[in-house]
Design a protein around this ligand. Structure first.
Ligand SMILES: [Zn+2]
Length: 384
């Protein structure tokens, strides 16, 4: 019997591309932002192979990239630091000016950013990013988006529940960074790390995004059935500190219902119980990572439709007229909220109007609008 391979494949940064002759959207698929999640890379390779074999007509361009190459080669989540937590604009700026030895992930970011920036500069249409991940826990796939109307449109084509609000919990993700540049960004969690179905789920997600973007005609993508698709929002995030000795109770799967008070995990402070009833998401069953688990809850259809209407009416323009709310002097998309004056003004209202929580500063809450540019896709939606 031959020896098992001692090394994982050394994936190139550019897995391949397709199209580019006819103007249209630029779709960038990224696999392996976490090195122990190669399913997205395999899926991108298979879709590229299928496109190059069948050669369907294509508007715009698909570009397939790898995330953390060094960690992919070793099969671990990261080498020095989490590659999906260091996409912070101020830090990017600082890194360019600094001369200290960069971490493995900082070098990866420089390279990935350079490739993306060249592609963005050459594009002949709007950009759509698809960031492919897997989870340590078992369970069905799900979609992660910032709650903008174009993002919702792309998410609705994917056969999986949609999670809103993760971007407010996680600082420095690639999804947040690209969203703030005004692009459509879809995060897709394809299933458990090593499960073969995760690759299949990612492949279906890539076809779906290519079709929604208008790159491919739907008859040129493999068949899919319309999903029954719940939308859920993040209600609680259990963030880990160094030395917590966090251990999840065994057997939790993504979307498993939990009751308020149910024992979920232990750490050095004792038991960790559910703060409220809901469904559990991304329980941590691996050594590396700083998110213990999330609790999510279904958003009712009424609120989702209401948000669409409020945003089309552009009601957010009236927000600075309210007491305790004013525009940021330098950032057009940001509002400054006085929590004491606008105390009745709950975050839910900002969510409905397409804002997300940015941070607290000097006792004030900063909220900012999600995207501006992808109105291209929004306009197409109106015409359908
Ligand atoms: Zn991941």
């Amino acid at each position: 019997m031959p020896d098992p391979p001692t090394q994982s494949p050394n994936f190139p940064r550019l897995l391949g591309s397709y199209g580019g002759d006819a103007a249209g959207p630029l779709v960038i698929g990224i696999g392996g932002m976490h090195g122990n999640e190669p399913a997205g890379v395999f899926a991108l390779q298979q879709v590229l192979h299928s496109l190059h074999t069948r050669r369907p007509s294509f508007r715009g361009r698909l570009l397939a990239l790898t995330g953390n190459r060094a960690a992919l080669a070793r099969g671990c989540r990261y080498i020095d630091e989490d590659f999906n937590r260091l996409w912070v604009s101020e830090r990017l700026q600082g890194m360019r000016e600094r001369c200290v030895e960069p971490t493995s992930e900082e070098q990866e970011r420089r390279e990935l950013l350079a490739v993306m920036e060249i592609a963005l500069a050459q594009r002949q249409g709007p950009a759509v990013f698809l960031d492919l991940h897997t989870t340590s826990a078992e369970g069905q796939p799900f979609v992660v988006i910032g709650d903008s109307l174009p993002n919702r449109r792309f998410a609705s084509g994917l056969q999986a529940p949609v999670i809103l609000g993760l971007e407010e919990q996680l600082e420095g993700t690639l999804l947040n960074y690209l969203s703030e540049q005004g692009h459509v960004v879809i995060g897709f969690e394809g299933g458990q790390h090593a499960s073969p179905s995760a690759v299949e789920n990612h492949i279906a997600a890539i076809w779906s995004v290519l079709t929604t973007a208008g790159c491919l005609r739907s008859q040129d993508a493999p068949e899919k059935t319309p999903p029954e698709q719940p939308v859920l929002e993040i209600r609680y995030h259990h963030l880990l500190q160094a030395g917590d000795d966090f251990v999840m109770e065994p057997g939790f799967t993504n979307f498993q219902p939990v009751r308020r008070g149910q024992l979920l995990a232990h750490d050095r402070h004792g038991q960790i119980r559910a703060q409220e009833s809901g469904q559990i998401l991304m329980p941590l069953y691996q050594g590396q990572g700083e998110d213990g688990f999330f609790l999510v809850r279904t958003v009712r259809w009424f609120w989702l439709r209401l948000a669409v209407w409020l945003r089309r009416l552009r009601l957010e323009r009236l927000l600075p007229l309210l007491p305790g709310v004013r525009r940021h002097p330098n950032q057009a998309a940001t509002l400054i909220v006085e929590p004491r004056i606008a105390r009745w003004f709950v975050m839910e209202i900002f969510h409905l109007l397409g804002f997300r929580k940015k941070r607290h500063r000097a006792g004030k809450l900063l909220v900012s609008r999600r995207w501006h540019e992808p109105r291209v896709f929004e306009a197409e939606e109106h015409n359908q």
